[in-house]
Design a protein around this ligand. Structure first.
Ligand code: AAO
Length: 512
């Protein structure tokens, strides 16, 4: 009995750290700005067959529509209510997507914008994604409804009403983030509306939430919100499963609000991860791959079982948020693939793969003037579908990093090595490294300016393995390079520094 209670308690307190993924799947992909109909198809035709555990979707809630600039991606981070129509589709399409993805074991995580409503300058009218009326000047959002007294302004002590100083905790949590009308989440009424929205999605079948802008909400208020969330829908999840929570808190150090103020409530986005990995792979500040022997907590990051990690996100791939110029993105494809492979091979954190669209960058003095540009769209702002080319890449400026062979195969690698320890580290003291995951997988990376030529202990059983970077195993042959592992677990590797992808990865399921 005691044991039962203990397990129940543990289950309750740790559940929100568990992504609830199925069939041993371990990674999430952010299908940034995709339409619900496309995501549903992608779950069935690509994500499930290739072992993706879940999808982070763009905010489904009713938002303001901005025409100057013309339909920016960030309009969706300005809710005007909790009706479920957006540029990605309507409520029926959302429901159909959740159902179809769940039916093939791919989870949906919703980007929940609950810190604020639209910007103070959002005006009055029905320029919103479901056409509901709102009046930002009066802080009147009748579809919820919220009105003047549901906002924090009375508690904000800055002249502008906006956050002016990130060193002042009260400002950061009670004032407006870039003028966004800041909800008073300590009010029972507001919490009720927010949890009503989240619970509706849980009942529809979502598996969890990315909670936007958590730095700007008091941990106690968030705890109050999370405590009211329903268990997941038992049509797809074991009874009593709690939603996975990952909270967006940007903590690169140097501010009084830190990640660990939130790690008791759910996972937290670890922004140091992509910033530091970018610096290392770009070899800035004399950083070297060989230093990554201590990657993770050893680099001052939060505990692995609290972290949600990624190489880039929808903000810092275009200069929003934080991380700076070191962040690697699809624009630096060669280094990017190396970074994503390293992330997926390494045991630290729950991993999220980014899937982007291309826009016309216009960088002036290090700033992208087109950082606002929305997804591939028609003239009226409606988002275009994602066409799939015969070679399985995406068309129409959808980048689909998750479909790049090297990235997709490393998502599979992570599933194959799940639960195995970090092992058999090797480095040349510079930018050549290798490490394994128990006896299930091994990766070798050459980011030096000369050949890698070494016989390394892989920890793997004897056999012929297909490299899953230059190709993969197909039937009884490798479409790319082969690796021979001897009876002693050792294998010879030679990797040119000028190779398209200067790294090799093998795993238990790529053995011939
Ligand atoms: C848009 C317009 C605004 C306008 C507003 C209202 O751009 O001009 O005032 O509408 O009309 C997104 C866009 C925003 C957009 C907003 C609403 O990024 O441009 O505003 O939608 O449409 C902070 C927050 C973090 C937030 C990030 C962007 O803490 O939560 O800013 N991210 C999320 C979403 C994001 C979204 C929102 C929140 C809002 O992912 O897409 O905004 O829903 C420091 C702080 C960080 C802070 C950054 C940026 O970072 O630490 O907490 O992030 O500043 O202000 C070094 C430091 C690093 C520092 C960084 C930048 O790297 O180490 O700590 O420099 O100074």
């Amino acid at each position: 009995m005691k044991l039962l209670i203990l397990t129940a308690l543990l289950g309750m307190s740790f559940a929100q750290f568990n992504p609830n993924t199925k069939h041993g799947r371990t990674s999430i992909v952010h299908l940034f700005e995709w339409r619900w109909a496309d995501i549903a198809a992608e779950c069935e035709r690509y994500l499930a067959p290739n072992g993706f555990g879940g999808v982070q979707i763009s905010p489904p809630s009713e938002s303001i529509i901005v025409t100057n600039p013309s339909y920016p991606w960030w309009q969706r981070y300005q809710p005007i209510g909790y009706n479920l129509c957006s540029r990605s589709g309507n409520e029926n399409e959302l429901r159909d997507m959740i159902t179809r993805c769940n039916n093939v074991g791919v989870n949906i995580y919703v980007d929940a914008v609950i810190n604020h409503m639209c910007g103070a300058g959002g005006g009055e009218g029905t320029h919103s994604s479901c056409g509901s009326y709102f009046n930002a000047n009066k802080k009147d959002f009748p579809t919820v409804p919220y009105s003047n007294w549901d906002f924090n302004d009375g508690k904000c002590n800055t002249g502008s009403g906006n956050i002016e100083n990130y060193n002042d905790v009260n400002q950061v949590r009670n004032c407006r983030l870039v003028s966004l009308l800041d909800l008073a989440l300590e009010k029972d009424y507001v919490r009720g509306k927010v949890t009503g929205y989240m619970n509706k999605l849980i009942d529809m079948g979502v598996a969890g939430f990315r909670v936007d802008a958590c730095k700007h909400m008091w941990p106690g208020d968030l705890s109050g919100v999370y405590g009211r969330l329903h268990s997941l829908n038992t049509k797809w999840f074991p009874s009593g499963s709690k939603p996975f929570i990952f909270q967006e808190v940007i903590d690169l150090g140097g501010e009084p609000i830190t990640s660990n103020q939130y790690t008791g409530l759910g996972r937290v986005t670890e922004f140091k991860y992509g910033a530091k990995l970018g610096t290392t792979i770009r070899k800035w500040n004399n950083e070297k791959l060989s230093y990554l022997k201590n990657w993770g907590e050893g680099y001052g990051m939060m505990p692995s079982d609290k972290a949600l990690v990624f190489v880039d996100n929808h903000d810092n791939q275009r200069g929003h948020g934080a991380g700076g110029g070191s962040i690697l993105t699809f624009w630096d494809a060669r280094l990017y693939k190396m970074a994503v492979a390293l992330m997926l091979a390494h045991p630290y954190g729950v991993t999220r793969v980014m899937s982007s669209y291309r826009w016309s960058r216009n960088i002036v003095n290090g700033q992208d003037k087109n950082d606002w540009m929305g997804p591939p769209s028609n003239g009226n702002g409606s988002t275009k579908p994602v066409p799939i080319n015969p070679d399985s890449t995406c068309g129409d400026n959808w980048v689909c990093e998750h479909r790049w062979r090297q990235i997709r195969n490393m998502v599979i690698f992570r599933n194959v090595v799940n639960g195995q320890p970090f092992s058999n580290w090797w480095d040349n003291g510079n930018n050549q490294i290798a490490f394994g995951r128990g006896n299930r997988g091994f990766i070798v990376i050459n980011n030096d300016s000369g050949y890698l030529d070494a016989t390394l202990n892989t920890g793997m059983p004897q056999g012929t393995y297909c490299d899953v970077i230059s190709g993969q195993k197909e039937g009884s042959r490798c479409t790319g390079t082969q690796v021979q592992v001897g009876g002693d677990g050792r294998a010879y590797f030679k990797i040119s520094h000028t190779a398209d992808d200067p790294f090799i990865a093998i795993h238990a399921n790529s053995k011939l």
